[in-house]
Ligand binder design. Structure first.
Ligand code: UTP
Length: 226
């Protein structure tokens, strides 16, 4: 079975640098399976730093995104290195590359692609491209809530929800101010809906849940399916 993973940059790239220990833990989970994995790594701390520095030098938003994408490539390279031979040694730079790479290796790892999108969208596009029917979103958010859990103490986590509900929540947050971004953006939500890709949201800090989501077992996060 093919599985896509959106590995949040903040899980592997922190202000202190690359979290090699975390990468090793993800490697150990994947090693226990015999599935095929298309992994997209986010930008984390470095992406925010690069984008900020670019803007300070007068870069426009397209250029700031290009700088942030460079950070996602650095993180993808780090994951490939930390996986010590488990993943294809060359990072695919686009989806066409990825489609070829997955034929050669059971695990492929890439970063961002074009300005204007996020690695969640890249991971969903990768899922479509390689025919993965399950996508696991590993981030510092442990599921989808009916309202922002940081703002509202009575926010409730969904165990399960439909694609339609996910698109609705993502669209709502799209209208809000910058900086209050929802866990999965609207484009990624719509793409997963059109291809009926099951999306699992789990906290990256909870490796038991990460493992369960990868194995297709019940976990403490949120599952989106029709
Ligand atoms: P991320 O997807 O990592 O966003 O892309 P994020 O919300 O910061 O996620 P974490 O914190 O890593 O988990 C980082 C930035 O890289 C650019 C965008 O500027 C995005 O905000 N990017 C990423 C692109 O422009 N295109 C891509 O394909 C991917």
């Amino acid at each position: 079975m093919r599985i896509a993973i959106s590995l949040g940059g903040s899980m592997v790239n922190k202000e202190e640098g690359t979290d090699w220990n975390y990468i090793e833990k993800i490697k150990e989970i994947i090693e226990k399976t015999d599935d095929e994995f298309g992994i997209v790594v986010g930008g984390g701390y470095t992406a925010r730093k690069y984008a900020k520095e670019a803007r300070e030098k007068g870069a426009n938003e397209f250029e700031a995104d290009e700088s942030a994408i460079a950070a996602t490539h650095e993180n993808a390279e780090a994951v490939i290195k930390g996986f010590k031979g488990l993943a294809y040694s060359k990072e695919p730079k686009d989806f066409k590359d990825a489609r070829e790479a997955i034929k050669k290796s059971r695990v492929i790892v890439m970063g961002g692609t074009i300005p204007g999108i996020t690695t969640d969208t890249d991971a969903t596009l990768l899922a479509e491209c390689i025919g993965a029917k399950r996508l696991i979103n590993i981030s510092n958010v442990d599921g989808i809530y009916d309202k922002n859990p940081r703002e509202f103490k009575d926010a409730k986590k969904y165990d399960e929800m439909t694609h339609e509900q996910l698109v609705e929540l993502a669209a709502e947050s799209d209208k809000r101010m910058a900086g209050t971004n929802f866990v999965f953006d609207i484009l990624a939500s719509k793409l997963s809906a059109r291809s009926n890709i099951e999306v699992h949201f789990v906290s990256g800090k909870n490796l038991f849940d990460v493992e369960k989501a990868i194995k297709g077992e019940k976990h403490g996060g949120t599952v989106v399916k029709d």
